[in-house]
Design a protein around this ligand. Structure first.
Ligand code: 3HC
Ligand code: NAI
Length: 703
């Protein structure tokens, strides 16, 4: 028996345990081990039934994505590991095979489970076909067996959304046969014993409960287009499900395999697989050894109950962490708490959670004006106005109150962490925790490393981000850190494009069609024209004289067109904050360009995308070279989780690699002549382009 799979006997029931930590993926050796166990059980007259169960924290969480990555690589050319024979062998086993699921039975894990004769699960277990998240479809007959168990409509929903269902829903859908309270293994063994010698049905021989096939498939395709814009796999998975409903099983699974092969060979699959591993790699920081012990965070104190402070308090309460939330003014505190309450009420109204959950979370947040309770906080997060003097004053005050091992964090989006840390007697305990707005929703947290921040503090920041369900990325302490530093030239280029002849709405549409969650002008209106205005004012002294600056943005600010909040910015907004293009803005841009002597011309969507996205990439390359991001993949994760970059393009740096750095470098050199001196190629980009390299290979961790 393989070391990854063991076989034990519980009287007349055999128990096959998969032991491939951390998530019991179907790595090489696991399918073979299960096959060997089933063979031996089939021949053993003393055994009357079999239970297959996962060791550790979960059932099989899927195919081994590392193996899929290999198959997806150019030249890989397969549909991934083939376990058809194993599935058939289990289903044909003359003794009942009972799958006992806990944790997550995902992808290939659920596909294995569906080839059993019965399925039982712990109450908290989850099952799903999340393959679309990786740009692929189920490749081990999931699209064929799932509709035979839950019906076509539910199968379409599960495969297109990629969302798992919890055990109670799985039971009502017919995906599992029983929920086992208490010990799963003994419950499953008992269940298997009851089934011994009784009739059993092979899933592949069940009919598909379909109903109106055409309507279900049409609605699945509509769901795919709506929720997974520009992505291929979600509609392809509907094609595979159509095969289940319209073809004999033998043809259906072969069709699925063909589609899987096609998806796996796509740029989208490669990008999404990259995104999966990149998100998990960010927590591994070269000089923070895995054995570094984070401080335990049992209580958080927050200063500033505004937009960010309130959101961070909710993020903590949602994770069950008690919070003291301080503001300097009663009005600020009342506003902050009212916003938190409104947010929770809206979630209760939409059925996200119950009133009880809301009450519990509200009770975890203690609003106050003083520093009571700060002395035993494990983490203090400052989120007051963006003002260095004020932040220094606050850090000097908390330095006197906080316990020695309390982590002191600032949510500043632009200020120098070292200068803030210098106002304390313990700069090693200080870090930036740059949450994004709305902080209870956005997954990204940039963990800004000051020059004195200790390894334990950074490890704590990574741990708390994870605990809050967020992705923490350690970045260096430069102006704008990583995300906003790249955003500034991106926004500037979009504005220059508008002055050169495109309209804001053409630019936004081109970026949206490229896959960005929102166009950049819409983003500016949402964040507030005044916010970017202030950032630009503060950085005025850094501007190189004579270098072209956008002209219209300042005018909008002085006209009081501050974006959504004033009903007008780049766009006009109705009472529901719906944007419409504004001829007044178009005229303003045209007049401004004429006065500045800019010769306007028609600009193609391709040029818009290239100039906007390549400027992001160029700045990303500078950041990498200067060491403010550890690896290209970290920048990708920042843009995927904080800036609405399309995951199926893998992030800006991965996207650059797929386009080819030489091509990008050449285009940037052309833009240098046609679009101005902002287009100085980053030295790292130049070097990698000349070497035929990639950001991924050239800047892998530790490289
Ligand atoms: N293959 C390979 N490695 C995997 C993996 C998989 N399927 N799932 C997780 N891992 C690795 C992670 O990379 C990470 O490795 P690291 O410690 O070296 O960074 C480690 O397992 C732990 O993962 P998480 O940090 O994500 O652990 P969590 O406890 O937070 O989450 C999970 C567990 C819910 C299982 C989550 O890891 C997950 O969603 N995994 C992916 C599940 C999935 O997509 N399955 C389908 C795969 S595709 C497939 O099966 C195709 C089939 O149809 C043929
Ligand atoms: P805000 O203006 O909404 O809230 C600031 C709060 O701080 C107000 O309630 C104010 O009364 C309170 N405050 C001011 N002085 C105080 C003091 N001495 N003690 C206690 N409370 C005090 O500001 P916002 O937007 O929440 O920003 C806070 C910080 O987060 C800033 O540093 C900002 O740059 C940063 N940030 C903001 C983002 C955003 O999108 N709004 C995104 C990421 C970071």
């Amino acid at each position: 028996m393989s070391q990854l799979v063991s076989l034990t006997r519980h009287n007349n029931v055999a128990v096959v345990t998969i032991d491939n930590p951390p998530v019991n993926a179907l790595s090489p050796g696991v399918p073979e081990g299960i096959g060997e166990a089933i063979r031996s059980v089939a021949q053993d007259a003393a055994i009357q039934a079999v239970v297959i169960i996962g060791g550790g924290k979960t059932f099989i969480a899927g195919a081994d994505i590392k193996e899929l990555e290999k198959a997806a690589a150019p030249g890989g050319g397969s549909a991934g590991p083939d376990i058809h024979a194993l599935l058939q062998q289990m289903e044909d086993c003359p003794k009942p095979v009972v799958m006992a699921m806990h944790g997550t039975a995902l992808g290939g894990g659920l596909e294995v489970a569906m080839a059993g004769h019965f399925r039982v699960a712990s109450p908290s277990a989850q099952m799903g076909q999340p393959e679309v998240n990786l740009g692929i479809i189920p490749g081990a007959e999931g699209t064929q067996r799932l509709p035979r168990l839950v019906g076509l409509a539910a199968a379409v929903d599960m495969c297109v959304s990629g969302k798992p269902v919890k055990a109670p829903e799985a039971l009502s859908l017919g995906l599992i046969d029983k929920i086992i309270e208490g010990d799963l293994l003994s419950g499953a063994v008992e269940f298997a014993r009851e089934k011994a010698g009784r009739p059993m049905v092979k899933t592949r021989e069940r009919p598909v409960a379909a109903g109106d096939i055409a309507a279900i498939l049409a609605s699945g395709r509509a769901q795919a287009n709506k929720t997974r814009r520009n992505q291929t796999a979600p509609s392809k998975v509907v094609d595979a499900l159509e095969a289940a409903a319209t073809l004999p099983y033998e043809e259906g699974w072969k069709k699925e395999r063909e589609i899987m092969k096609e998806c796996l060979a796509s740029d989208q699959a490669r990008a999404l697989i990259h995104a999966f591993f990149a998100e998990r790699a960010v927590s591994k920081v070269a000089d923070i050894p895995p054995e570094t012990r984070p401080y335990e965070i049992r209580k958080v104190a927050i200063i500033g109950a505004g937009t960010m402070g309130g959101g961070i308090a909710m993020a903590c309460a949602n994770a069950g962490i008690p919070v003291v939330l301080k503001d300097s003014e009663q009005a600020g505190l009342d506003r902050g708490i009212a916003a938190v309450r409104r947010n929770y009420e809206s979630s209760v109204k939409r059925g996200r959670f119950s009133q009880d959950v809301m009450d519990h979370r509200m009770a975890l947040i203690h609003p106050q004006l003083g520093y009571d309770g700060f002395d035993d906080a494990d983490l203090i997060v400052e989120a007051v106005f963006e003002n260095m003097a004020l932040k220094r004053e606050i850090f000097a005050a908390i330095d006197k109150i906080a316990k020695p091992d309390c982590v002191l964090a600032t949510n500043t989006s632009t200020l120098d962490i070292d200068e803030i840390a210098a106002s304390t007697s313990r700069p090693q305990m200080v870090t930036g925790l740059h949450f994004f707005s709305p902080a209870h929703v956005m997954r990204l947290v940039e963990i800004v490393r000051g020059k004195a921040s200790s390894k334990e503090v950074l490890a704590t920041a990574l741990a708390i981000a994870k605990k809050l369900g967020k992705v923490g990325v350690v970045v260096g302490n430069c102006r704008g850190f990583v995300g906003n530093r790249m955003m500034i030239p991106y926004m500037r280029e979009a504005q220059l494009l508008a002055e050169d002849g495109a309209t804001p709405w053409q630019i936004d549409k081109a970026l949206y069609d490229f896959g960005m969650a929102m166009g950049i002008f819409a983003v500016d209106d949402m964040g507030g024209i005044d916010v970017l205005y202030r950032v630009r004012q503060e950085a005025k002294h850094l501007e190189k004289p004579g270098r072209r600056q956008p002209l219209v943005h300042d005018k909008l600010y002085h006209m009081g067109r501050l974006g959504q909040k004033t009903g007008a910015g780049w766009y006009k907004y109705d009472e529901n904050r719906q944007a419409t293009p504004d001829p007044e803005v178009e005229a303003l841009i045209e007049n401004t360009a004429r006065e500045a002597g800019i010769k306007r011309r028609a600009i193609s969507d391709d040029e818009i995308v290239e100039r906007c996205i390549y400027t992001l990439i160029n700045e990303g390359a500078r950041i990498l070279q200067e060491g403010y991001a550890q690896r290209a993949a970290d920048i990708d994760v920042i843009y995927l989780t904080g800036y609405g970059f399309p995951a199926y393009r893998g992030g800006p740096m991965w996207y650059a690699d797929t386009i080819g750095l030489k091509k990008i470098y050449d285009r940037i050199c052309e833009f240098r002549h046609t679009a101005g001196e902002w287009w100085e190629p980053a030295p790292l980009l130049k070097k990698l382009a000349e070497q035929g390299g990639t950001f991924a290979a050239g800047t892998a961790a530790g490289a």
